[in-house]
Design a protein around this ligand. Sequence first.
Ligand code: DGL
Length: 260
Amino acid sequence: MSKQPIGIFDSGVGGTSIWKEIHALLPYENSIYLADSINAPYGPKGKDKILELSIKNTEFLVKKNCKLIVIACNTATTNAISILREKYNVPIIGIEPAIKPAALNTKTKAIGILATKGTLSSSLFHNTSNLYSNGVTIVEQIGEGIVQLIESGKLTSVEMEALLKSYLEPMLGANIDYLVLGCTHYPYLIPMLIKLLPKHVKIIDSGLAVAKQTQSILDQHNLLNTELIKPKNEFYINLENTKVMQSLLSPPFKVDYLDF
Ligand code: DGL
């Protein structure tokens, strides 16, 4: 059982940022990563559609005998995790925007959150943000168009820079000192964000926390792979063009097209 892979899915290529954190912490674990890029972005879709797609992805990974599933997508987590947990027997880990550490540590009493429409409109997000909004201004911003640009290989484009500048403007106007990245595609924007943000603004995401949670749940279930050999890491995308995903993976891995 412990040799079975960890299953990871996202609406697209962004969840590879989470795969990297997991792989760095658990280098001997086998894994299967699914990028549902043909259906990206999930963010503007309704809750029912996000749930339907999340079930499809989970079903695939369960059939592949994954011992644990990581939803490497804030939008899918905030809209579907409770139903997925009811439906499947396998442990399921999700990712949510790291509002808590930002709200607890802000000095300016203002934090920014950049996430998809689907995440910011979910009740799971509302509940968390209400818990920590006492005395702290939370400036929410939908990252409309960012996922599409990343999916089409325009991570470092002029369009991206213009879009980010416009999204950061109201946050900087509110004097934020923390920017929470609430989408797994966004860690790839950190080099550009560092250029655009004043030095005192800290950027946080939930990648390492998810990797630690994965380790702890595997440990609790006695599922950590004890075979200390080079693992099998499989990457699948349902777009024939695998280049964008390939370009995000370092060290390079083979990415296969699969119609799932
Ligand atoms: N990586 C997904 C997330 O974390 C992107 C959602 C989308 O496809 O819009 O929310």
